[in-house]
Structure formats: C-alpha cells, structure tokens
Design a protein around this ligand. Structure first.
Ligand SMILES: Cc1ncc(COP(=O)(O)O)c(C=O)c1O
Length: 399
C-alpha cells in the first residue's frame, strides 16, 4: 500500500535550487547582501507594491509591519518606568480597566493560526477576534463593525489556506472607520482579489498599508528554513521597517531606536528568487489538484468542500474540507496510509496563552466549530493524479 504523506517539498528542489545555495557559500557573504536586494525587488514586483523588506520569519514580519505603522509598543515606550509601565506589557491582566493607558486593538479572524495573535501581542497590541464567514473561512466583514471600539487601530485580514479575503468590503470598512489594514499573507502567495467594479485582479499583500508574509518551508513560496517579508507602498514605512529589522541601525554601528534582529539571510533570498520564478506555475498545479478533489469529492457524506471568496483566486496553500466526523475520517485515512492534518485544532482565544483575555468556550462558535471539523487533505506540488485519486477513493470509501 503506497503511503501518501501530507506534503512533500523535495519535488521543488532541483539542481538550480542547490546551485543558488552553493553560489552564496562561494561568494562568502551571508547577511544583508545583493541576493536579498534582488529578491526584495522581485517579490515587490510580484506582489504589485513598491517595496519589500525581507525578515527572519512571518511572525516578525507582522510585528515589524505593526511597528512600522506606529502601532503598539514603540521605542519611545520602551523606557517608561513607574506607574503605568506595567500596562505596556502585552500579557498584563485586566485589559478592560478604564484608567489604563490605551492599548491598540487589532481586529483579527478568530480561526487563524495562533502565530497571528502572537505577533499582535508581541508588537504590544491587543488581538480582538472576529468570527469567520462560514463560507469563505476568512474574517467576516459583516461582523467587523460590532467589534470596533475607540481603541481599534487596524484590521488584520488573514488570507487563510490561500483563499483571499473580501478585500473590497474590508478596505471600505477601514476607510469608513479610519483604520489601518495589515494583511497576513503567509498562506496566499500569488492569490488575487478583484474589487467590484474594477477590471484589475490585485495580488494579496498589496491592499494594506503594510502587509506581512512568511516563507516557512511549507508555504506556497517556501525557503529552506525560516523567512518572511513585509510588502508596502509606503516610503517612510519601508525605511523604518528596514532599520527596525536590523537593530534600529541607520548605518553601521549607529542605532537610532530599539529595533530587533530579524533579517532574511542570503541563502534564503537566493533560493527564494529561484523558486519565485516558478510560483505561478506551482500555484496552477495546486489549483488543478484542488479541482480534482472538488470534482470527485462533491456530494460525499456531509463533506463541505473549500469555498472561494467571490472575486478571489485561491492558491490552495491547503485543501481544507469540513465534516462532523473529522477525527474518525482522519484516523480512517491514517489506517489507509494517508496523512491528513488539522489547521487548527485550538482557536487562539482558547489557548492558555490567551486565557487573560477572558474568552470562554462558546465566545466564537463558528471558529470553534471549524476547529472541530476542518481537515486538510494531502496536496503538494508534484503530487500525481494517481495519488490524488487514491485519497479520493479512500475518502469516499469512508462513507
Ligand atoms: C497565517 C499565518 N500567520 C503567521 C505565520 C507565522 O509565520 P512564521 O512561521 O514564518 O513565523 C504563519 C505561519 O506559520 C501563518 O500560517
């Protein structure tokens, strides 16, 4: 019986990827060099923005995007001492007390990967969960307004599983309430959304004022280790983030503010340049596999197949189905040598780390139901038709 893993990356890594890696070793320059500059221009062009700033990972890209927009804990806050200083801690208790220093609130989908929440906390902001739309599994624009308070500063849509959010509605709400938009584009490299009335398909990662992505190895565009980037059209934002990722240095040994160390290294940049040239082709392969699943799994048991946001083009970072018998199906497939995974079994608001927010089970019923019912089926670049059809056969045989 052929084993079908959840994912394979080896088919993406041919001799040109190895050559790119070795060329960096031969050049003897590993951090903040010409490969990073090249990749940053290429990824900015691919995304349709003026600037890209490479970072150490996607989490840091989100933190830097928030800091670059002046949200959360800024360097001027860092030395605050005495009464009130503790209120700058993102982990403090009692966020609802009225006499506290105001903490910037960021609206975020309740069903995202916990890393999105962690980035908000680590930037010194407060994550405010919003229920997802049950059809698209992305933040529900109809539920955003009810979560806005005088402290709300930004909306952070996450293009979950590769399905673009309804950016038309989100941008309109942001304009209406004077909020910033920071896209979490970790899972949607190359996805597009067409705003109603426009004939232009805009790439995700180009709508918000500063947007973040991850190049974690399993992402549609993955490095050979950690990596991330911020994309923006803002000149000042770009300059600030470029310094903030490198200690806050404006030039060698000159530190203007308290930054961090989060740089995309030359090996990752060189590899990402090679892989970026193939990304559209790979995304098309993912769509073909998704269409096969759609065709052959439709009408199977109580299975709900992935929806696509109207106006959007999905890039199927993950192919996520829903069923009330999720755990049983996952175990059944495992018994047949097929690995399926859950993204994500615990919604962030129910993680111990977020108990201080005070949400109980039942606070976000759609997100909580999804955490019990979603199952990601195997999908990778290079997966054969036979492998897809094997998964189909076993899923159907479960019912
Ligand atoms: C939606 C989302 N946001 C943020 C992140 C964080 O990215 P990284 O793992 O590169 O820090 C990830 C990746 O795990 C993600 O899937």
């Amino acid at each position: 019986m052929e084993q079908i893993p959840f994912n394979r990356l080896a088919p993406q890594h041919d001799a040109s990827v190895i050559d790119a890696l070795l060329s960096v070793v031969k050049d003897d320059w590993f951090v903040l060099g010409k490969r990073l500059q090249t990749f940053e221009s290429e990824f900015a062009r691919f995304t349709g923005v003026k600037h890209c700033v490479g970072t150490g990972n996607g989490h840091d890209a989100l933190v830097l995007a928030m800091k670059g927009l002046g949200l959360g804990k800024q360097d001027s806050d860092t030395n605050v001492q005495g009464p009130g200083a503790e209120l700058l801690s993102p982990h403090r208790e009692g966020v609802h007390h009225s006499n506290e220093r105001l903490i910037d609130e960021i609206l975020v989908p309740a069903n995202t990967c916990t890393a999105t929440f962690l980035a908000i906390s680590n930037a010194g902001c407060l994550p405010v969960p919003v229920e997802p739309d049950a059809a698209t599994l992305n933040i529900d624009p109809r539920r955003i307004e009810e979560r806005i308070t005088p402290r709300t500063k930004a909306i952070m849509p996450v293009h979950l599983y590769g399905n673009p959010c309804d950016m038309g509605s989100i941008m309109e709400l942001a304009r209406k309430h004077d909020l910033k938009v920071i896209e979490d584009n970790a899972q949607a490299h190359g996805a597009t959304f067409r705003i109603a009335g426009s004939d232009h398909e805009q790439t995700t990662g180009s709508f918000g004022e500063a947007n973040a992505t991850s190049f974690y190895p399993t992402k549609n565009l993955g490095a050979l280790g950690d990596g991330g980037a911020v994309t923006t059209n803002g000149e000042i934002v770009k300059d600030r983030i470029r310094r903030a990722r490198n200690y806050g240095y404006s030039s060698k040994d000159i530190c203007d503010f308290i930054g961090m160390n989060s740089r995309l290294d030359e090996i990752q940049a060189a590899v990402l340049s090679v892989k970026l040239a193939r990304l559209n082709k790979w995304n098309e392969q993912r769509r073909i596999i998704a269409r096969m699943y759609d065709t052959h799994l439709s009408g199977c048991g109580d299975l709900i197949l992935p929806g696509v946001t109207p106006g959007g083009k999905h890039v199927y970072h993950l192919y996520v189905v829903q069923t009330a018998r999720r755990n049983e199906l996952q175990q059944y497939l495992a018994g047949k040598g097929i690995q399926a995974m859950v993204h994500y079994p615990v919604p962030p608001h129910l993680q111990k780390a977020y108990s201080y927010l005070g949400y109980k089970r039942g606070a976000f019923p759609i997100a909580e139901r999804l955490s019990e019912q979603v199952l990601s089926l195997p999908l990778w670049v290079g997966m054969t038709d036979q492998q897809v059809l094997r998964v189909v056969k076993e899923v159907r045989s479960f019912w």
